[in-house]
Design a protein around this ligand. Structure first.
Ligand code: GLC
Ligand code: CA
Length: 572
């Protein structure tokens, strides 16, 4: 595997609207990011991904871009952006923006022109189809609910939007549109951007011509996941984009890619893949249901570990996945993957160690390093996210009470991750001086950056150690390139794996149970004539660790892990 500049680094996702507000309007901004670069550097971050800050009416929080080459005034100016790039560079931090090119905003000039003349040049930048005998072109369901087709007033036509109706899909079949996108991408890369996280990219290839697929709900529509399984040939677009933009710039690109068949992983992230990396969403989508959030099943620790191991296996020798426990679309990882009894600092550190030590590029989502948790919503008025509102509306329609509907959307609402960053125990968690755009999580007095930085055994400090370990020249090669070998897989609620590098083996081991577990490591060690050399990291305080390891009767290595204890060990 060829070594790349980004392999040893740790990445961090910023959701700018909720990160830090410097001008008192309750909305995070670019100046806010600049002023917190030292904080990120202290944590050990070397790659930043910014969720969209382009000009946007913000129907979907900036994922509806009205102009790709302008910064939205709520976030600042292009000068601010240039300064951010320069300041980040000084600190050896590479910046990625979010590339949202499956769709744009209905307020983009291209779309405005398309509406003026649907049969003209710009009409061909989008998918505009006839409504025949009152029937829409096909029965696909938008990700945000309802049909993907929106009629164009005063015509017998409709345009396609896989997401919100303010997010019309761009027609990638049109070479002119593709060229416009490549020109824009190169413009940003020339400016000094290190690369992109690439939004919703699997959607750019539609199975054409538009046809109905079997309905999977009472609304007569069909889930997009089913639809996209029929689309073939996305590689032509992605390969072309790589060759004309990313490759010549040696850019770092992380695809938001769902449902890649195993045999295609190589096309996406192999040596000459379309992207440098893509997120591992196996854990994220585990238990999802096309029926809606109410029908989703939360993963148990064993579900979680199986998903991780499967992805590790499928990507080894092929490429690098990007590992996450949360992002701006998902519940907080600690509220999602940890059983109730484990939702404390020990459990949070355990989960951190387990995902962070996997092979791949680790991403931390803002606030994750503090152990930020899901929000407890007291009313739908506290929610801004369009997809949550749509889900809520459906539940009311299905006969649930307002309370029940709120309950049903609470766990998966995208606004769980979007509440303001908790900087301190001051008003509005130190995020802003006036009312924030989204309510602050009520737990900010106990969970905030100031307190975490001051305390030696905090979640923040633990993340800092994980990041430092990844860069420690004694272990970096194994942590970055070593193979992941699951061990003790049958042990319920225990997650354990080896990372095997050149002449070095690490053991990552964690107990998700509520009480102590006693494990015999003999089989693991014996094979390779190994013994335990050193504890590199432990989420238990040192004085509580006395009984953790012993060679019983001078025979077997027995490991006692306390409740929620997690460790990284060096073997020799
Ligand atoms: C991606 C983004 C999400 C957005 C959607 C449409 O999934 O992460 O926030 O709503 O694409 O752009
Ligand atoms: Ca602001």
């Amino acid at each position: 595997m060829k070594k790349k500049w980004w392999h040893t680094k740790t990445a961090y996702q910023i959701y700018p609207k909720s990160f830090y507000d410097t001008n008192g309007d309750g909305i995070g901004d670019i100046q806010g990011i600049i002023s917190k670069l030292d904080y990120l550097q202290e944590l050990g971050i070397e790659i930043l991904w910014l969720s969209p800050i382009y000009l946007s009416p913000c129907a979907d929080q900036g994922y509806d871009v009205a102009d790709y080459c302008r910064i939205d005034p709520q976030f600042g100016t292009m000068e601010d952006m240039d300064r951010l790039l320069a300041e980040a560079k000084k600190r050896n931090i590479a910046v990625l923006m979010d590339l949202v090119v499956n769709h744009c905003s209905d307020e983009h000039i291209w779309f405005k022109k398309a509406l003026e003349d649907p049969d003209g040049e710009y009409g061909k930048y989008f998918y505009i189809e006839e409504i025949k005998d009152g029937k829409l072109p096909c029965n696909w369901r938008s990700y945000f609910g309802g049909s993907v087709w929106e009629p164009i007033p005063g015509t017998n036509k409709a345009y396609l939007h896989l997401f919100h109706k303010k997010q019309p899909d761009l027609n990638w079949e049109n070479p002119k549109l593709r060229q416009e996108i490549y020109t824009m991408v190169n413009w940003w890369l020339d400016k000094g951007l290190a690369g992109f996280r690439i939004d919703a990219i699997v959607n750019i290839k539609k199975p054409l011509p538009f046809t109905d697929y079997p309905a999977d709900r009472e609304d007569g529509l069909c889930d997009m996941g089913q639809v996209l399984a029929h689309a073939h040939g996305i590689g032509e677009f992605l390969g072309e984009m790589r060759d004309k933009t990313f490759a010549p710039h040696n850019a770092l690109t992380i695809g938001e890619v769902f449902n890649v068949p195993d045999e295609e992983v190589c096309d996406f992230i192999g040596e000459n893949g379309y992207f440098s990396s893509m997120f591992d969403f196996r854990e994220t989508v585990f238990g999802h249901s096309s029926l809606g959030w109410y029908a989703c099943r939360r993963p148990t620790p064993d579900d979680y570990k199986r998903c991780c191991f499967e992805s590790q296996e499928k990507s080894f020798g092929v490429g690098f996945l990007s590992n996450i426990i949360e992002n701006h679309d998902e519940p907080r990882g600690v509220s999602h993957y940890l059983p109730g009894y484990a939702q404390n600092e020990t459990g949070k550190k355990l989960l951190a160690a387990m995902y962070f030590m996997l092979r791949g590029l680790p991403f931390i989502y803002q606030g994750q390093e503090l152990g930020m948790e899901n929000h407890v919503f007291s009313s739908i008025d506290e929610i801004d996210d369009i997809s949550t509102k749509e889900e809520y509306r459906r539940y009311l329609e299905a006969g649930l009470t307002e309370d029940e509907a709120l309950q049903a959307v609470s766990h998966y609402s995208r606004d769980n991750a979007r509440t303001p960053f908790q900087w301190s125990d001051e008003e509005n968690a130190g995020f802003c001086t006036k009312t924030p755009w989204l309510p602050v999580n009520k737990n900010y007095k106990s969970i905030n950056a100031k307190e975490q930085i001051e305390r030696k055994d905090s979640v923040f400090r633990f993340y800092q150690k994980l990041i430092a370990l990844r860069k420690d020249s004694r272990y970096a090669d194994t942590i970055v390139y070593g193979q992941t070998i699951p061990v003790l897989v049958e042990e319920k609620d225990v997650m354990a794996y080896l990372r095997r590098g050149k002449g070095q083996t690490l053991l990552v081991i964690g107990n998700f149970r509520e009480d102590e577990v006693v494990l015999n490591l003999e089989n693991i060690l014996q094979n390779d004539q190994l013994r335990i050399k050193e504890v590199l990291l432990d989420n238990y305080p040192e004085n509580a660790r006395t009984a953790w390891l012993e060679k019983e009767n001078n025979k077997d290595w027995i490991c006692r892990l306390g409740a929620l204890q997690g460790m990284v060990l060096a073997l020799e």
